[in-house]
Design a protein around this ligand. Structure first.
Ligand SMILES: *Cc1c(COP(=O)(O)O)cnc(C)c1O
Length: 398
């Protein structure tokens, strides 16, 4: 038997094993473990009859290559049995815009959680508005109370749990139950946990989005996004992708597949190190509060424990009240924590943020300066020593 054909046992394999085995076709790859990076637009048809019938496994580069097929099969296995298809997009933002444009039409109303990724809000407020789609925002803690915000034309609800700055946990199953009773679709930005730790499609979500730029890539070297959907939503997503002309570059597709193969070990380490750092930070006198749903003390912990099987390495802290120059002294002192956007790579990052500047359905008032940390794969002893130096500079400048 072909050593990479696991179809007979696939239904009994754990997600960790499926990340290694899915999307591999050893025969087609002439024995090699991995598919080649197929760069291609034109696909040649052997006969006029084949051409007329569009017969063949591949028809055109934008519609799929052996590289994209391998990645899509692996992603489908990761998303789980409710997944009817996965679209590949050139960035996380394009995954979000493609999903929204594929399922909404002029005259529709969209509900978006107030802690959504900020560029999602921008797309809703500017592009969707231009096409006659109205967006309103809801408190991420609203749960089944979202019912009162529904209008007769509410077509979709967009959630993100936890929000990637403030880390509030949304009760997705409760929101999905209300949305489905009203005939609306639920779209989840699942970038923080990935489907390895949060099977969105099994919790009532119809469309599960990931910025593959983050943990799927895992090395801060690609821009990539995925839109996975269930049977109800996949035909719309597939048609949207086709008509918008969305496709991802072959190198990024290859690197995303390569990243997936080690996702389970990387994420487990990000989780361990992240929790170690979060617990250490919670004891620091400079820190008022740690915003991390896997901490027992976090207000979102019960929902996280019910709906998620793990946590990634991204969380935030609220510092004691201090002037900006003290925060800047901390940022300028740390060496292992790079200052920069994005996350999910092997390296640790820190950025200041302020949700108050854009929130509209809720008030954001954490009571001190806020920093978001991504805990990479460095030793946590080294990371603690680095932050200790940063806190010394913070205290000296207060
Ligand atoms: C980074 C991010 C995105 C966007 O991904 P890009 O690949 O940078 O476009 C979307 N959602 C969340 C939660 C993110 O963190």
């Amino acid at each position: 038997m072909d050593s990479s054909d696991h179809s007979d046992i696939a239904s009994s394999l754990s997600p960790q094993t499926l990340l290694v085995t899915s999307g591999r076709d050893t025969t087609a790859q002439k024995g090699f473990v991995n598919p080649p990076v197929v760069r291609g637009s034109t696909v040649l048809y052997p006969t006029a009859e084949d051409l007329h019938a569009h017969r063949g496994e591949y028809s055109y580069g934008r519609h799929g290559t052996p590289t994209t097929k391998a990645l899509q099969q692996a992603l489908m296995a990761l998303e789980g049995p409710h997944c009817a298809g996965v679209g590949l997009t050139p960035s996380g933002v394009s995954a979000i815009s493609t999903a929204l444009l594929s399922v909404l039409k002029a005259g529709d109303h969209l509900l978006v959680c107030d802690n959504a990724y900020r560029p999602t809000r921008l797309f809703c407020e500017q592009t969707l508005k231009r096409f006659g789609i109205e967006t309103s925002y809801f408190d991420p803690l609203i749960g089944a109370g979202i019912e009162s915000l529904f209008k007769p034309n509410t077509a979709a609800v967009m959630v993100e749990a936890p929000g990637s700055q403030s880390f509030e946990m949304t009760d997705i199953p409760a929101i999905a139950a209300v949305a489905h009773a009203r005939g609306a679709l639920v779209i989840d930005d699942n970038t923080w946990a990935t489907p390895l730790y949060h099977r969105s499609l099994e919790q009532g979500v119809d469309i599960s989005i990931q910025a593959g730029t983050k943990y799927i890539g895992g090395h801060s070297d690609i821009m990539f996004g995925t839109v996975a959907a269930n049977q109800a939503a996949w035909p719309k997503i597939a048609e949207g992708i086709r008509q918008l002309g969305v496709c991802a570059g072959p190198d990024d597709v290859f690197l995303a597949l390569r990243g997936l193969r080690t996702l389970s070990v990387r994420l487990a380490q990000h989780q361990r190190s992240g929790l170690d750092m979060a617990r250490w930070l919670a004891e620091r006198p400079e820190v008022q509060r740690v915003l991390h749903p896997a901490l027992e003390s976090d207000p979102g912990h019960a929902i996280w424990k019910r709906d998620f099987t793990g946590a990634s390495g991204l969380f935030s802290i609220v510092l004691q009240h201090a002037p900006q120059k003290a925060v800047d002294a901390l940022l300028d002192t740390v060496k292992l924590f790079g200052m920069g956007y994005s996350w999910g790579g092997f390296e640790s990052l820190v950025i200041p943020f302020d949700c108050a500047t854009y929130r509209s359905a809720t008030k954001w008032n954490p009571g001190g300066p806020t920093l978001r940390l991504h805990i990479g794969l460095e030793s946590t002893d080294d990371l603690k020593a680095d932050l200790e130096r940063g806190f010394a500079a913070f205290n000296a400048a207060r």
